[in-house]
Design a protein around this ligand. Structure first.
Ligand code: HEC
Length: 112
């Protein structure tokens, strides 16, 4: 009887720990690749590897427009030339920041 009770207690404790840990583990996992995901879905077709296949002299990596989040946002809000406008990113601060952080990690491409 005592054994049964303590077994139940252990199960309850383990379940509680898992319930507490699972959300943090999950958010940690998904918060990092978010910027990378947004980039892959919206930007990489033209800025693959941080470059610029449409205008090679305007690469994304090391761009002045990445100086601050505000500069980045301002640029995405009113982009120049063939650079498209991304309303869903500009209006979502979390996405914008995640994308910004990812863009900052891009190294200059080999061609430029
Ligand atoms: C259809 C192709 C295309 C896509 C998709 C695209 N861009 Fe661009 N991007 C361009 C072009 C072309 C320019 C250069 C504009 C100009 O100055 O004429 C540019 C320029 C930029 C610059 C400024 C570079 C500089 O120093 O002048 C930044 C920053 C940038 N893009 C970020 C992004 C981000 C972030 C995304 C995704 C949300 C994105 N771009 C998606 C084509 C694209």
């Amino acid at each position: 009887m005592h054994l049964y009770r303590s077994a139940l207690l252990v199960i309850a404790l383990v379940t509680m720990c898992l319930a507490l840990l699972a959300p943090t583990a999950m958010s940690k996992k998904s918060s990092k690749p978010k910027g990378e995901m947004i980039f892959a879905q919206n930007c990489s077709e033209c800025h693959v590897g941080g470059g610029n296949i449409v205008k090679p002299d305007k690469p994304l990596s090391q761009s002045q427009k990445l100086a601050t989040v505000a500069t980045f946002k301002a640029y995405l809000k009113s982009p120049v030339g063939h650079m498209p406008y991304y309303k869903h990113i500009v209006t979502d601060q979390a996405s914008l920041k995640a994308l910004y952080e990812y863009c900052k990690t891009l190294k200059p491409s080999k061609q430029s």
